[in-house]
Design a protein around this ligand. Structure first.
Ligand SMILES: *Cc1c(COP(=O)(O)O)cnc(C)c1O
Length: 372
């Protein structure tokens, strides 16, 4: 049996006629960059997130960067974030000329450990970017309390958590802004690059709308130096269709995770993901931890199973950030977890037979003695 890591064709096949019709609509309207399709999607996505404002941008990295700019983060400032994330979280900080400061993660949820944040705050700290890794929301209440106490902005990296919730609130809506990516493989994915910022603050939304379009307050009148971070009309039209199916897709992912958990319950060589009691993950990634990760990965590959590693090197140890001066051992939990995590196939169209096959093969792989 073959089980791909991700199957976008299976995900799109039932809706192809709808996509074609929507794209034809964009072609005949000419609204390719920004425009009414983007405005319509923004409304729908804000409603989905249970928040008043959404601003469509070019990708998830823009969606992290523009709020930092809107909050005035710049050279000399520091922004606290998690080392267990995709590089883009920290890059957005670097683009502002500010310095990312990494705080270790909780060993159970792989999200930033709130009890370690205060020790990392300095007079230069301006913001915290918690990362809702693998679809699970970070422990936001203590993070928000710390931010209030120290006058810091909070930008939620929700690029993996569309629709996840935490104590009844949705991803991206608890801090000052939330950043979403619609990269094709995300829970809500475009047919190319796209992203969005959500916020409950209309002034912040207005500022980001100005920044995304060359600092224009109206056409050819520039009140500030901005950038080109517009969303494409075609992406917005596709996303509007896919958004209608997102709740269903997220439910399917949660069902798959429950089945994996049940089948792996007795397999003591495998550490399953932990879902905190505070909320519901949307399982962008279903990752287990195993001792001989690379060996298990290649044995699953031989059995026709696609897997991934999210992520093999924690951001504080990336070569690009050598200048920040972090050393191996500085953030021990993130470092250990990054050497053990293995992402199993996870997408809404996965079947029960496929999950059972993956689990059988995983059991065999972890129980094969490692060649010495
Ligand atoms: C995907 C992702 C991003 C970046 O999004 P792009 O759309 O690729 O720019 C940022 N942070 C996290 C956690 C992501 O998973």
């Amino acid at each position: 049996m073959k089980v791909p890591f991700l199957d976008l064709q299976a995900h799109h096949a039932p809706h192809l006629p709808e996509f074609e019709e929507a794209i034809r609509g964009v072609i005949s309207s000419g609204a390719f960059a920004g425009g009414p399709y983007v405005a319509a999607f923004e409304k729908e996505f804000a409603a989905f997130c249970h928040t008043p404002c959404a601003v469509g941008v070019g990708n998830g990295t823009d969606a992290l960067w523009l709020p930092l700019l809107a909050f005035g983060v710049g050279p000399g400032d520091e922004v606290i974030t998690s080392p267990a994330t995709f590089m883009a979280t920290a890059e957005a900080v670097s683009y502002c000329g500010a310095k990312p400061i990494f705080v270790d993660i909780d060993e159970r949820t792989y999200t930033i450990d709130p009890s370690l944040i205060e020790a990392a705050i300095t007079p230069r700290t301006r913001a915290i970017i918690p990362v809702h890794l693998h679809g699970q929301i970070a422990d936001m209440d203590p993070i928000l309390a710390i931010a209030r106490r120290h006058g810091l902005f909070v930008i939620e990296d929700s690029c993996q958590a569309h629709g996840a919730d935490y104590r009844g609130r949705r991803a991206g809506t608890m801090g000052d802004a939330g950043a979403f990516s619609f990269y094709p493989g995300k829970n809500l994915g475009a047919f190319g690059e796209a992203g969005a910022v959500v916020t409950h603050n209309q002034e912040v939304a207005d500022r980001i709308m100005t920044l995304r379009e060359h600092g224009q307050s109206r056409k050819y009148y520039h009140s500030m130096v901005g950038w080109n971070c517009r969303m494409d009309g075609i992406q917005a039209a596709v996303l509007s269709i896919k958004l209608r199916h997102l709740e269903h897709s997220n439910r399917r992912r949660r069902e798959h995770a429950a089945l994996y958990n049940q089948l792996l319950a007795e397999v003591e060589e495998v550490i399953r993901p932990t879902e905190a009691a505070s909320g519901h993950s949307v399982y962008h990634i279903y990752a287990v931890r195993v001792a001989d990760r690379d060996g298990v990965m290649s044995r699953l590959g031989e059995a026709g199973i696609g897997t991934g590693i999210h992520y093999p090197v924690p951001v504080h140890l990336q070569e690009a950030y050598r200048d920040l001066g972090y050393r191996e051992g500085d953030l021990p939990i993130a470092e250990r977890v990054s050497s053990e995590l293995l992402s199993l196939p996870m997408f809404p169209e996965l079947t029960e037979d496929q999950i059972r096959y993956v689990v059988d093969q995983l059991k065999a792989a972890v129980r094969t003695p490692v060649a010495a």
